[in-house]
Design a protein around this ligand. Structure first.
Ligand code: PEP
Ligand code: MN
Length: 357
């Protein structure tokens, strides 16, 4: 389905100027914290202020947002500082309250985007309204689900839309709080080229040191904007303390960003090449992971006095992988030859382990 989109047309914002910056605390906590943070951000030239009023929290009992009493604080930010304001909506009631308070931009969070009933409820509440809506990726890396959510919002008549890539959750938490999996937004861009893409490096990294490199990566991939969590006193934040930066650190990060403008004419090719680079990196990561496991198997075999090459297992891998490859549209011979090469390296690594004393 083609989406019927219009430019975001945010008053006072030059959308050609990358990045379009949205910044502000994870949560609105107190009127003072909101005003203090917004004032500092405005002094650095930030024009769009974010703050969560209703907070989706993983466990009950945490701070779930100040709720409606926080809306007048955002209105103060609009009136006194001339900023546009945005907050997260997750239910029809949130939408109604945010619209009544004349919040400039609404965003739908990652947990909500994973639930078609919730997205539909929001879409229905937005029918007949002309507001920019930003849709985060769903928590799971399901591009169709993400696009399906965009279609629901668009079909309700919302044409000023953008997406926010904030990464995908995983069982094992490693470097990132949410895995970037950049190929997903790149594919979304290929499918819906006129949809502006923001990156949220704060939720992606989960740590303030990662905000700068992730922002740079998003700019290198041609993203339109950044949504970054900034707080006047990050260490004391009531939610997401580790990933928030002070307004002056945010200014420093933005100042250091290198913005390269990709040539329009080769954009599709550029996009596809970037996708290839990302996938190749993933392949290498996965191969390295596989080799680490092989080395562990090597230690096991050594301890139990087994030979490195177990012929039956090898034959099984080759024929299974060949068939799995065919199911994915590749030739049996191609897949077999890849696994032969992988096996050879795997054996070499195991022999190395065996020969270590
Ligand atoms: C947020 O922006 O504060 C938030 C809850 O983000 P996400 O939906 O990406 O987890
Ligand atoms: Mn947050």
């Amino acid at each position: 389905m083609e989406l019927d989109l219009k430019p975001l047309a945010l008053p006072g914002i030059d959308e050609e100027q990358r990045p379009i910056v949205i910044a502000g605390p994870c949560s609105a906590e107190t009127e003072e914290q909101v005003m203090d943070t917004a004032r500092q951000l405005a002094s650095y030239g930030v024009r769009i202020f974010r703050a969560g009023i209703w907070k989706p929290r993983t466990k009950p009992g945490g701070f779930e947002g100040v709720g409606e009493p926080g809306l007048p604080w955002l209105q103060r930010v609009q009136k006194e500082l001339g900023m546009l304001v945005t907050t997260e909506v997750a239910t029809a009631h949130h939408v109604e309250a945010a619209l009544a308070a004349d919040i400039d931009i609404l965003w739908i969070g990652a947990r909500t985007m994973a639930n078609p009933f919730a997205v539909q409820e929001i879409a229905d509440a937005l029918r007949g309204v002309d507001k920019p809506v930003l849709c985060k990726n769903p928590v799971n890396p399901d591009l169709e689900l993400w696009i399906g959510g965009l279609e629901r919002i668009n079909q309700a008549g919302i044409k000023r839309m953008a997406v926010i890539h904030r990464g995908f959750s995983t069982y094992e938490k490693r470097l990132y709080r949410n895995l970037p999996m950049w190929h997903v937004p790149i594919e979304l861009h290929r499918r819906i080229p006129n949809m502006p893409i923001f990156c949220d490096p704060s939720h992606m990294g989960g740590r303030r040191e990662l905000v700068a490199p992730l922002s740079q990566q998003a700019m290198d991939l041609g993203f339109a904007g950044l949504m970054i969590e900034a707080h006047c006193n990050p260490d004391c934040a009531w939610s997401d303390a580790k990933q928030q930066v002070t307004p002056d650190v945010l200014d420093f990060i933005l100042d250091k960003l290198v913005i390269r403008n990709s040539a329009q004419t080769t954009e599709t090719l550029e996009t596809l090449r970037k996708q290839i680079d990302i996938v190749d990196n993933q392949l290498l990561e996965q191969l390295a992971h596989r080799m680490r496991i092989s080395r562990e198997i090597g230690s096991y075999k050594k301890k139990h006095n087994m030979t490195v090459v177990q012929t039956r297992r090898y034959g099984e891998i080759l024929s299974k992988r060949g068939a799995q490859g065919v199911l994915r549209g590749m030739s049996n011979d191609f897949v077999k030859s890849i696994f032969e090469a992988i096996h050879e390296e795997s054996v070499r690594q195991q022999v190395e382990i065996m020969n270590k004393d």
